[in-house]
Design a protein. Structure first.
Length: 428
């Protein structure tokens, strides 16, 4: 260790000691930021890369991947390791962004598939065999939840922890690659998440880092995001990849867009009102919402942004009347859990609000909080990590937040939720 590093270690040591003293043993020595990763593509121009899958309807799966040069948009899949099953054909697209031209983005929907089942698959004319496991059709189901993922050494740690959790499905409330206009970073991100996202469905919504709009030069927002991360929006009657819903194992999940229209005259608002009307809590006792910019937040970061305040003012009544169980957000690079709230007050029939924008992006942590802590905020901490929502049955779900303590996943917050559909005074 050189002298500079030794000095930093000494300072950190003193901070830990002061922290332990001030926090009564609960203090956590926040690690410094880690390097941004670039995940290279080692194989040939025709070999598949950036493979990710997403659930479509009740029993289908969309398989998305990219090749540098044109290859067939076909998937062979089977329950046996040779993957020599029927072949399904899909579509191929590409996009331009300034001087960048994307690879061939292939998109194939396979199924019907059995629930909770292992499938093997091959892409185009490549001989490489991948596998995925479909989500269960009944409880229990385990969701991994993490936002603001990015692609740093911290992201890598977070992904390792998630891979070890044996989750069924990923829910990501926005800010994926932090490409920030540099399109090759989208490719790098695709390759970084491929080992996980090719094996379990990744259901995502967009954040501000997905907009990538440039005045005059590139006026269209969400170009890379919409081309690379197509979600099953048509299936839920939505006209936009920026908001949609789906049902899995007794859970109705709604993905909202913080960076598209949300006022009462907007297409998104009308779609949301209609989608909530269709929810049948006998069939799906659990109702979750994901969006990027948090409606409740006691961090000093991202206060008073219209995407938070105006969207909340516009849509909070809809979610409250529908008895949404949990609302997950990202954007603030930290973890925070609120009690059940409605219009800024504790309310037994309101949603639990959770900020989980702590995946590990290159901008670092948001570590300043508003003091004193508002009573409705139950737990807040600026550390990287991820969440697991384990919905065990129609009435009970366990939420755990796993902090990246250096490279160990440590459960730092844990709570049981009761579905609002079974709380007598809150019944819709
Ligand atoms: C699925 O694929 C991964 C990644 O290639 C591999 O590590 C794993 O062993 C495979 N699982 C099965 C059951 O074949
Ligand atoms: C649901 O799970 C909870 C927690 O494990 C358990 O206490 C409860 O009895 C379960 N309910 C049913 C109907 O199985
Ligand atoms: Fe953000």
């Amino acid at each position: 260790m050189d002298r500079e590093a030794q000095r930093i270690m000494n300072v950190l040591f003193v901070i830990v000691i002061i922290g332990l003293w001030a926090g009564g043993g609960h203090a956590y020595n926040r690690p410094p930021p880690r390097q941004t990763l670039f995940t290279p593509h080692a194989d040939s121009d025709t070999s598949p890369q950036q493979v990710h899958i997403s659930a479509v309807g009740k029993d289908k799966m969309r398989i998305s991947w990219i090749t540098d040069t044109p290859t067939p948009a076909t998937v062979h899949y089977a329950a046996s390791p040779d993957a020599n099953g029927p072949s399904t054909t899909g579509t191929t697209s590409s996009y331009r962004y300034l001087l960048y031209k994307s690879g061939q983005i292939h998109d194939v929907i396979v199924g019907p598939l059995k629930p909770n089942a292992l499938y093997y698959y091959r892409l185009g004319d490549s001989s490489q065999v991948y596998n995925f496991t479909t989500p269960p059709s009944q409880f229990p189901i385990k969701f991994a939840v993490v936002g603001d993922l990015g692609q740093t050494e911290w992201t890598k740690t977070t992904l390792q922890h998630i891979a070890n959790s044996n989750y069924d499905m990923m829910l990501l409330p926005g800010d994926l690659s932090y490409a920030d206009y540099i399109q090759s970073r989208w490719d790098s991100f695709g390759r970084l998440v491929d080992p996980l996202a090719s094996q379990r469905p990744w259901m995502v919504t967009q954040g501000n880092h997905e907009i990538e709009k440039i005045p005059i030069l590139h006026r269209k927002p969400f170009t890379a995001y919409n081309a690379r991360w197509r979600m099953p929006f048509e299936e839920s009657g939505s006209d936009s990849n920026l908001y949609y819903s789906f049902e899995v194992a007794g859970v109705h999940v709604i993905m909202l867009g913080s960076y598209t229209g949300f006022h009462s005259d907007s297409a998104q608002y009308k779609w949301l009102a209609g989608d909530l009307q269709k929810v049948d809590r006998n069939k799906t006792p659990w109702l979750l919402v994901l969006l990027h910019a948090p409606w409740y937040n006691s961090n000093t970061a991202h206060q008073n942004e219209p995407e938070s305040y105006d969207m909340k003012a516009s849509m909070e009544d809809l979610l409250y009347q529908a008895r949404v169980d949990v609302v997950f957000a990202g954007h603030v690079h930290a973890y925070e859990r609120f009690t059940r709230v409605y219009k800024d007050k504790a309310d037994n029939c309101g949603s639990v609000y959770i900020t989980i924008g702590d995946g590990g992006n290159r901008e670092g942590l948001a570590s300043k909080y508003i003091d004193p802590k508002p009573e409705i905020s139950v737990f807040r901490e600026a550390s990287f990590g991820h969440g697991i929502l384990d919905v065990v049955n129609a009435t009970h779900a366990q939420w755990t937040w796993h902090r990246n303590d250096d490279d160990e996943a440590v459960v730092a917050d844990s709570v049981w939720f009761n579905s609002l559909s079974t709380v007598p005074n809150c019944k819709v």
